[in-house]
Design a binder for this molecule. Structure first.
Ligand code: ZN
Length: 113
């Protein structure tokens, strides 16, 4: 399950930030998940809870913000919000689209103490 390794990489990012900024508890983690990132928010939530046990993130509340996908047609240059990586351009029906956003997951905000 790749959500497990994603949760682990989130933990590493937070641990690095804790070392740099000197906090010892995280109260809230806000993650931004792109609609095209293939990350299942519910699965991630489940993995998050088990990965964070016994760490400085243990008590933290997890907030997930989903961001829409962004795509651009290679043919007619229309920009739109595809629901999947394999959507056709809504303007010309072409399948040669380039994903320009909403395809990643990132730590958006940490509330720490
Ligand atoms: Zn097009």
């Amino acid at each position: 399950m790749h959500e497990m390794s994603l949760a682990e990489s989130v933990l590493h990012i937070i641990e690095d930030a804790a070392r740099e900024q000197g906090f010892s508890r995280v109260k809230r983690v806000t993650l931004e998940i792109g609609k095209l990132s293939c990350v299942e928010p519910e699965a991630l939530r489940f993995c998050f809870d088990s990965v964070m046990q016994g760490t400085l993130v243990e008590q933290a509340e997890l907030q997930i913000v989903e961001v829409a996908g962004q795509g651009k047609c290679e043919d007619c240059a229309a920009e739109f919000h595809p629901e999947s990586r394999y959507d056709a351009c809504p303007e010309c029906g072409n399948y040669r689209i380039r994903i320009t956003g909403g395809d990643a997951m990132r730590v958006y905000e940490l509330e720490v103490s």
